[in-house]
Design a protein around this ligand. Structure first.
Ligand code: CO8
Length: 261
């Protein structure tokens, strides 16, 4: 950990090829104020630029991944304040990170917290995790992508019910709905997330980036365009050394040694 890794609202650690960003505003249940957004985005983009890092984990505390955007910071803001600061637009840079990003969620993932988890590539949930979009109770709507990403993740009926009622769902319902990849006992969450991230980080970095890009295309484009992109990106992996090595290693019954080329 060097001094540039010091932030006010998060902790940043490197475990071999995995970067771990821990939201760290315990008194506010990790509410995502503007400064926290800047810290997370800065840390994630720096990890993304670092060839020694092959996967990123974003997590919170056992009690709260994040209880939303910071209501206290926003409560007196006007339309013009929001518009001129382009509130929440900074999160687009997290969505643009090419390195795989796992959300390890325990406790509350509400409002912006649920939306932050949805910006990540997939969610590992502890059995204590709860997800919700309670904005409507505050007289607002989701503002960090939730209306779009939640709807794509779990479908219209369930997203509509959650967003219109503000009802919170538990880990089991979230997994059944396809919001989370897997449920892990709370005590094992971080270790499991680290092991999963380490597994991804051991793969060829450029191939993982291509895989992420093309899965995200399923989120962002129509089927025909996505299938076309997949085919072109699939063709392009045959320009890499890692494709030759990975397939040769399989045929020679030995572990692959990827060079990220
Ligand atoms: N913002 C600011 N502070 C918060 C937030 C938050 N989202 N959530 C919790 N806190 C603070 C509390 O105010 C409290 O502070 P204090 O000790 O100073 O009173 C502290 O964290 C601890 O919280 P509680 O005492 O409430 O803890 P409980 O265990 O009793 O309750 C809950 C936990 C259920 C999570 C409760 O805190 C809660 O309901 N929080 C708000 C959840 C919520 O509504 N989130 C959505 C926020 S809006 C959003 O994310 C997107 C906004 C989009 C707006 C679009 C604008 C462009």
């Amino acid at each position: 950990t060097d001094t540039a890794d010091t932030y006010d609202n998060i902790l940043l650690e490197r475990h071999a090829r995995v970067g771990v960003i821990t939201l760290n505003r315990p008194k506010a249940l990790n509410a995502l104020n503007f400064a926290t957004m800047r810290d997370v985005v800065d840390a994630a983009t720096r990890l993304d630029d670092d060839p020694a890092i092959g996967a990123i984990v974003i997590t919170g505390s056992e009690r709260a991944f994040a209880a939303g955007a910071d209501i206290k910071e926003m409560s007196t803001m006007s339309y013009m304040d929001m518009y001129l600061k382009d509130w929440f637009a900074g999160w687009d840079r997290l969505a643009g990170v090419r390195t795989p990003v796992i959300a390890a969620v325990s406790g509350h993932a509400l409002g912006g917290g649920c939306e932050l988890a949805l910006i990540c590539d997939f969610i590992l949930a502890s059995d204590t995790a709860t997800f919700g979009q309670p904005e409507i109770r505050l007289g607002v709507i989701p503002g960090m992508g939730g209306s779009q990403r939640l709807t794509r993740a779990i479908g219209k009926a369930k997203a509509m019910e959650m967003i219109l009622t503000g009802r919170t769902i538990g880990a089991v319902e979230a997994e059944r709905a396809g919001l989370v990849a897997r449920i892990v006992p709370a005590a094992d969450l971080l270790a499991d997330a680290l092991a999963t991230a380490t597994d991804i980080a051991a793969k060829s970095a450029p191939i993982a980036m291509l895989a992420k890009e093309v899965v995200n295309a399923a989120y962002e484009s129509m089927l025909s365009g996505g299938i076309h992109l997949e085919r072109r990106l699939f063709h392009s992996v045959f320009a890499t050394d890692d494709q030759s090595e990975g397939m040769a290693a399989f045929i020679e019954k030995r572990p692959a040694v990827f060079t990220n080329r």
